[in-house]
Design a protein around this ligand. Structure first.
Ligand code: HEM
Ligand code: HEM
Length: 157
């Protein structure tokens, strides 16, 4: 994977836009559950905000992964191969995996009629927990270690 000196403007914009949309998707999930029940009882669900937001996330994450593969990213701070660097790299990989798997689970439930709604909900909850841990680590770096990490996701380089 290519190592850069910083994230690009596109990478930063996608990071924050997707983070906000994931939070909105998480809070609107119940509406999709209600819509599923209506459909299962033979009714018509109409426009479901959660599905629209979830699809937007999936599309943006695909773009984000392509940009990441093409451009690369800065190395995590610390000694290469150290515990903290390995943990950061695997944490980020896990976030990417969940950002793809969760919307695909939603698509499988809503469009393909597969019985994976509960799995989708579980994976979404895990995504939120990992993302909160990730945010906590970012804040720890910024305000306890005072290494200016947050700036890397604020200013393009
Ligand atoms: C749903 C919410 C979020 C998701 C899914 C997410 C995901 C990610 C991912 C996958 C990366 C790695 C990017 C890469 O190297 O390609 C990243 C980096 C980063 N995120 Fe988040 N993030 C979220 C929310 C937040 C929040 C709330 C904060 C701040 C409080 C934050 C701060 C950062 C910072 C500072 C980096 C750069 C880390 C570095 O340079 O090594 N993120 N995020
Ligand atoms: C990152 C994106 C997403 C997140 C964080 C997310 C989150 C959630 C959560 C937390 C629930 C459970 C709500 C509850 O019952 O209290 C849920 C349910 C649901 N979501 Fe998503 N979702 C995402 C993407 C999608 C997408 C792309 C679709 C469809 C195209 C979708 C369709 C559904 C459906 C149909 C349910 C109801 C499942 C059932 O009750 O069996 N979601 N989602």
């Amino acid at each position: 994977m290519k190592t850069t000196t910083g994230y690009s403007g596109i990478q930063i914009a996608l990071h924050w836009l997707i983070a906000v949309l994931i939070a909105v998707a998480w809070f609107t999930g119940e509406g999709a559950g209600d819509a599923m029940e209506i459909v299962e009882e033979g009714g018509v669900a109409g426009f479901v905000p959660h599905v629209a937001i979830g699809l937007a996330i999936l599309a943006l994450v695909v773009v984000r992964v392509l940009v990441r593969l093409g451009r690369g990213a800065p190395a995590a701070p610390g000694q290469p191969g150290s515990m903290s660097v390995v943990a950061a790299d695997w944490g980020h990989r896990l976030l990417y995996l969940l950002m793809i798997a969760v919307p695909l689970g939603g698509v499988s439930t809503w469009f393909l009629g597969l019985d994976v709604g509960e799995l989708h909900e579980l994976a979404a909850n895990i995504l939120m927990i990992v993302a909160l841990g990730h945010a906590a680590m970012a804040i720890f770096h910024q305000y306890v270690l005072k290494d200016g990490l947050l700036r890397r996701m604020m200013r393009a380089e």
